[in-house]
Design a protein around this ligand. Structure first.
Ligand code: PRX
Length: 643
């Protein structure tokens, strides 16, 4: 996988970069290693406005960390007030385009006003610091407005990606104990309306604690409004004051909870707090994206995932950048929609996923070639390993050989990028996230926690706490300890396999647990299995990730049916739809295979490893001595050969 071709940053890029040359990177990294707390203290003082100082940088009671102990700050203040009171007041904070072609540009002053007004609306509804809100919105400016208004008051928000179903939404509302839901009538996706309010209505029939639902009118379609509970955003916004001071919050105040898939059927609410998170995501804007005041930055993710939280909303706005938000998908109405936006808004930095890149490669070079992409100076990749072919295409066809590509490895739990190149410093190797950022201490270890050394595959761990790290799983400290901190004592277990080459470059290879990565989105095999076995015809289900040319992995489900007559073709379709209803359309299995039995150990545990081998290599080579019935595997492997 290590390619012979390294890509050095051009002298022009180096000259203007925040961190210049390998020596620049090494010096910064060394400085952080010698005194991590001193280092993060300096970064925090430089990047963030604090109302009150900390008494201690870090209090570490493994695995629970407190960063900037006793300090007071506010994320919304840092993203808005400090810029609105500076030379940036009339700078575009958000450049937004809707899928139908509507456009809005909000300056820092304008965004500040909108957020203050909406925070006053929330106050008038009786919400305050400590309350919890669910945000279920399309990609419109009011999405970050809602997040920033919550952050302004200390209302902990949990964004639920608009692609999640009513069932998934309900589970999150209940787990969080949310009393407020902020949504819209709908949003646009490939010319069709995604009906969000209808899903909220379905979800909250069993959520008695939700007192208010605030609905932004986006599509104008008919929605049911329940008297007393549901309110139109525009109605509440009438005559509201534009003054709303940001609450001075503790550095450890819970900013948000973002649910992600784990290794069980139940999603985990990953908790992020205020001061440490803000410090690290803001610093990353300069380190990884080499951000300058003149840059227009576009992270083409959905705000519903952590990438959108950290690099569409909080990171760019805290750093005073112009952040681009687009409502639609890269393939609608045509495959050049992204490149049209890059040309139109003169985007300088673009950040996306390998899945999107691979999907666009398939459509050919003529789409990007139609547009002037000369404004681009830096490209980024996130969410999954990028294969060198996709990397080279991105570099050549989009970056015209001129733009460094920052391949950023991180997770919902890490909050901010952890292994990623500083583009003016590090020669790139396609497919490698290169080196850890300053203050980040990764290692690659074996089953017993011993370092495996260069060029050997092992488990990726992080040896030291970092400011943007998750503070735990909402309501479940035991699961947090068990899943992340017991595998290698004293270290954070990422769940990823990786290798470090002779030059010290990190290569992240993929998950080692029962988590799939489909289009850069994490999905648990168990979650899909739990959804499938709820179907009245299904007896048992086992789900594995199958290699997929575009999406990295695709969901492949092995299903055994209850006794009776079944129309398998129809049932296959029904089950795919069923999963979409239970979780969301993005979790819909690409393939359902009906089988008479599943491979199990003598103690009855499904051997998913064997199924993974069958879909990946079409054979089974590993140990099968614990298998109860070898015939099952032979049958499944034969089925595969027939395809
Ligand atoms: O397996 C790694 C993969 O995505 C996982 C984290 O998923 P999630 O929490 O949804 O966050 C995605 C966006 C940060 C990781 O455990 N992953 C993420 N970035 C990379 C990656 N794998 C390889 N290279 C990356 N750059």
């Amino acid at each position: 996988m290590t390619t012979s071709h390294n890509y050095d940053p051009s002298p022009e890029f180096v000259r203007q970069a925040h961190v210049q040359g390998m020596e620049g990177y090494r010096e910064l990294y060394r400085h952080a290693e010698q005194d991590p707390e001193g280092f993060w203290g300096e970064v925090a003082a430089r990047e963030v406005h604090w109302f009150e100082p900390w008494s201690k940088v870090l209090e570490w009671n493994p695995p629970f960390a407190k960063w900037f102990v006793g300090a007071k700050t506010n994320v919304s203040y840092n993203c808005l007030d400090r810029h609105a009171a500076s030379h940036r007041k009339n700078k575009a904070a958000i450049i937004w385009e809707g899928e139908p072609g509507d456009q809005r540009t909000l300056t820092y002053q304008e965004l500040h006003r909108l957020v203050s007004r909406f925070a006053n609306v929330l106050k008038a509804q009786g919400y305050q610091a400590g309350d919890r809100a669910i945000i279920y919105m399309p990609m419109i400016p009011e999405f970050p407005v809602a997040m920033l208004a919550c952050a302004r008051l200390g209302i902990t928000h949990s964004v639920v990606f608009g692609g999640f179903s009513a069932e998934a939404l309900k589970a999150r509302i209940l787990d969080l104990g949310a009393t407020l839901v902020i949504t819209a009538d709908g949003g646009w996706r490939r010319g069709k309306e995604v009906k969000l309010k209808a899903a909220v209505d379905e979800a909250i029939t069993e959520c008695p604690d939700v007192r208010s639902v605030i609905v932004y009118r986006r599509t104008g379609s008919d929605v049911a409004m329940q008297e007393g509970r549901d309110h139109w955003w525009h109605a509440l916004d009438q005559g509201v004051s534009e003054e709303c001071p940001a609450v001075h919050l503790d550095s450890e105040h819970p900013l948000y909870v973002l649910y992600t898939s784990g290794t069980t059927g139940k999603p985990k609410g990953i908790l992020h707090t205020t001061g440490g998170y803000l410090t690290q995501v803001t610093a990353a804007m300069k380190w990884i994206f080499d951000l300058k005041d003149s840059d227009t930055f576009w992270c083409a993710a959905d705000i519903g995932w952590v990438t959108g939280h950290s690099y569409i909303v909080y990171g760019p706005l805290s750093a005073g950048a112009t952040t681009v938000i687009y409502e639609g998908t890269p393939d609608y109405p045509q495959y050049d929609v992204w490149w049209r936006l890059v040309e139109k808004h003169r985007v300088n930095i673009m950040y996306t996923s390998p899945t999107a890149i691979r999907a666009l490669i398939r459509q050919g070079d003529s789409w990007p070639d139609k547009h002037d992409l000369s404004s681009l100076r830096l490209l980024g990749s996130v969410g999954e390993p990028i294969n060198p072919t996709a990397w080279e295409w991105y570099h050549r066809v989009i970056g015209k050989g001129r733009c460094p590509i920052v391949d950023t490895w991180w997770q919902t739990e890490t909050g901010s990028a952890m292994i990623a190149p500083m583009p003016g410093a590090v020669p790139l190797k396609p497919g490698s996230g290169t080196f850890p950022l300053p203050g980040v201490a990764p290692d690659i270890v074996d089953f017993n926690g011993f370092p495996v050394g260069p060029d050997r595959e092992g488990f990726l761990i992080l040896r030291r706490p970092w400011p943007a790290m998750t503070r735990g799983i909402w309501g479940d400290p035991e699961r947090f300890k068990e899943q992340y901190w017991t595998k290698v004592p004293g270290a954070y277990f990422t769940g990823d396999a990786a290798r470090c080459d002779q030059d010290g470059y990190y290569w992240v290879l993929g998950r080692v647990d029962d988590v799939m990565n489909v289009s850069g989105h994490r999905l648990s095999t168990m979650e899909v299995e739990s959804a499938l076995v709820k179907h009245p015809s299904v007896a048992e289900a086992a789900v594995v990730g199958k290699p997929h040319e575009i999406t990295g992995q695709a969901v492949c489900a092995f299903v055994t049916l209850k006794k009776g007559e079944h129309d398998q073709e129809k049932l296959g379709k029904d089950l795919r739809q069923w999963v979409a209803h239970e979780i969301g359309a993005f979790a819909r299995p690409e393939e359902i295979r009906f089988t008479d039995a599943l491979p199990k150990t003598r103690s009855g545990k499904i051997m998913r490893r064997l199924l993974r081998e069958i879909v990946t290599s079409k054979t089974v080579t590993g140990d099968v001595t614990t298998l109860e019935d070898l015939g099952v595997v032979t049958q499944l492997a034969a089925q595969q050969d027939e395809e």
